[in-house]
Design a protein around this ligand. Sequence first.
Ligand code: 4NP
Length: 159
Amino acid sequence: MSYKLLFVCLGNICRSPAAENIMNHLIEQNHLTGQIVCDSAGTSSYHIGAPPDQRMTFAAVQQGIAMKGCARQFTKADFDAFDLILAMDRENYANICALDPAGNYRNKVQLMCDFCTHHTPKEVPDPYYGGTNGFNQVIDLLEDACLGLLDHVKQQLKA
Ligand code: 4NP
């Protein structure tokens, strides 16, 4: 059995692929490959098929994280396919929940920053129209959130 995580942002080229690749790095370091499986998606169709944004890739590589992936759009089928869906910001959260009007999967959808233990922001800010600092800040926040998320999933795997 594996625990399946889906990271979701707007375009699936900056924040959610960064979260996916940081998490995969932690999973490897913790010898949990195969036990925790990650994917990412965007709520929009803007960048379907695109690789991660070069600015996001640069910021990640500077922290020792290689960036892999190809953008896809979030679909209703993802509600059943994943155990936990992590929204980068409140708008992503609302757009995901809009595809589940009955609220059947509401307990599977959480804000990524809910897993932060050191940083206080409740959202991972959209870095797309900003400068280098924004991309570095995304990596910083996600490294914190991914560590908290890893602890959470470890508990779930034990239960
Ligand atoms: P992401 O960033 O949601 O973190 O992948 C964005 C990517 C593209 C756009 C906005 C945000 N866009 O407007 O094209």
